[in-house]
Design a protein. Structure first.
Length: 473
């Protein structure tokens, strides 16, 4: 019995991104809201990036393996990994703020024959003057000046046993816990403080310089306050290639939860920045169950097989065939039930529906009924409603899981020996061999009742057949 232990520790300091010429500006809430630029001549990390560096990034790693018997091994580990910088397109990028970026639209009035400007003379100077554009008329990008580096705690513990000389069974627990990840929100969202005599909401906006009448700037603010968790049971059975066949079977039972969502997945803005607790829900990548199996079978015909093992023309033609397959089955990803924004808090926020019943009551799992033109629906429209004026919906993001996924790939290989060191291989590969349609999420906007709950597209390609000839030498 052996029990090796590996321990590693690392301490790192990660600074925020800076710009070569210090052309960056961050938002300050002082004096009704303003932009603060990098001071001339500054050389410090904080001064150049306008964000304090995180000096508390400790990254330990520890793992162990214990051989309990000649056939059983126990393994486990724990580590912390840091996510230095998030690149969400232009979201919260401080170098994209005035005066270094000017976002201007020039348009010609309908019926006018007078050009707005001539390209030969360049853009009018007035359109390039960022000081002439008020903050309430643009998108302002901001980051928390005291933000911390996002990190993930990863842990695993499992048992592996050798069933036979070529077969291994494994069972593992895997946990990923994310902390302080970037969460993007509109920091200029209005706050509902009550209602007037007519029942209309009373909304107060936080920054005077970012609001004027009905114009409200989108203050795209990244705060490192996002948290998530992933817990999974992973079981696998593997048979190494022996006796002319091999196979692998794996099954994952998991749950992925988060209170933030990267913009790359859509639906990334919260509904109400003054109440973030409803944002905690299933993650957009939450797949509760996933099953994958693969197999290889070298047909026992020809050299080394059970039939036609002796060299002959018939053995050359009928031997050397191999059949392969990959089977994938998984439950669907979740999606969000959206609605009209009735909050009157300035826009640039999520708007979700009110849940008033079981979405699957009266619904169907039969694709022929819930697709466009069918008589049913994947989720019941009567289970949701639009919020009232001055209210937010009570459903959480990604609260309903969509249709699952099923795919089978097949392939057939044939080897033609030429010499001891050279051979030709013919391949016929069938992707989505049975041409199974995997359907996308249904229309999930309750503001479109005519198509709500209906599915209009698929997420996979139809059957593809690929033929190839390979020469090995």
């Amino acid at each position: 019995m052996t029990a090796p232990l590996l321990v590693s520790t690392t301490e790192i300091v990660l600074s925020a991104v800076s710009e070569h010429d210090n052309k960056m500006a961050n938002f300050s809430p002082d004096d009704g809201g303003s932009l603060v630029q990098v001071s001339s001549g500054t050389n410090s990390w904080k001064g150049r990036s306008l964000i304090s560096p995180d000096r508390n990034d400790f990254a330990p790693r520890v793992g162990f393996a214990y051989q309990q018997t000649s056939r059983i091994v126990v393994r486990g580990g724990f580590a912390i990994f840091y996510q230095h910088h998030y690149r969400y397109g232009s979201e919260s990028m401080l170098s994209f703020n005035p005066p270094y970026l000017v976002d201007t639209t020039l348009s010609q009035n309908q019926g006018s024959t007078t050009p707005v400007f001539y390209l030969s003379k360049g853009f009018p100077i007035s359109t390039l003057d960022s000081t002439s554009t008020p903050l309430y008329d643009i998108q302002v990008r901001a980051q928390d000046p005291t933000q911390r580096t996002g990190y993930v705690e990863q842990t695993s513990f499992g048992l592996q046993t050798q069933l036979t000389r070529t077969t291994i069974l494994s069972a593992d627990y895997v946990g990923n816990f994310s902390h302080k990840f970037a969460r993007v929100a509109n920091l200029n969202q209005g706050k509902i403080t009550g209602t007037d005599n007519l029942g209309n909401p009373t909304v107060v906006f936080p920054y005077a310089n970012l609001n004027s009448g009905s114009q409200h700037a989108f203050l795209e603010y990244a705060s490192h306050s996002g948290n998530g968790s992933y817990n999974a049971l992973e079981i696998s059975l593997r048979h190494a290639f022996a006796d002319r066949y091999s196979y692998g079977v794996s099954y994952t039972l998991s749950h992925n939860i988060a209170d933030f969502n990267p913009p790359i997945n859509g639906d990334y803005l919260p509904q109400n920045i003054y109440n973030m607790s409803p944002e905690r829900s299933d993650n957009a990548l939450d797949n509760r169950q996933r099953f994958v199996a693969n197999g290889i079978w070298a047909l026992p015909i020809g050299k080394g097989g059970w039939v036609l093992n002796q060299p002959s023309r018939l053995s050359y033609i009928l031997g050397g065939w191999q059949v392969n397959t990959i089977v994938t089955l998984q439950t669907g990803n979740p999606f969000t039930i959206t609605a009209n924004d009735m909050s009157e808090t300035g826009g640039h926020n999520a708007s979700r529906a009110n849940g008033i019943g079981d979405p699957f009551s009266g619904a169907t799992k039969d694709p022929s009924k819930y697709v466009s033109g069918g008589t049913g629906f994947y989720i019941n429209p009567a289970s949701y409603s639009n919020p009232s004026v001055g209210q937010f919906g009570n459903t959480r993001p990604f609260s309903v899981h969509g249709p699952g996924f099923k795919n089978i790939d097949l392939s057939l290989f044939k080897t033609f020996p030429i010499t001891d060191r050279m051979r030709t291989e013919f391949r016929a590969e069938f992707f989505n061999a049975f041409n199974h349609a995997n359907f996308n999420h249904p229309n999930s906007s309750i503001s479109d009742p005519g198509s709500f709950g209906k599915v209009y597209s698929t997420v996979n390609d139809p059957r593809e057949i690929q033929l190839a000839l390979k020469l090995y030498f």
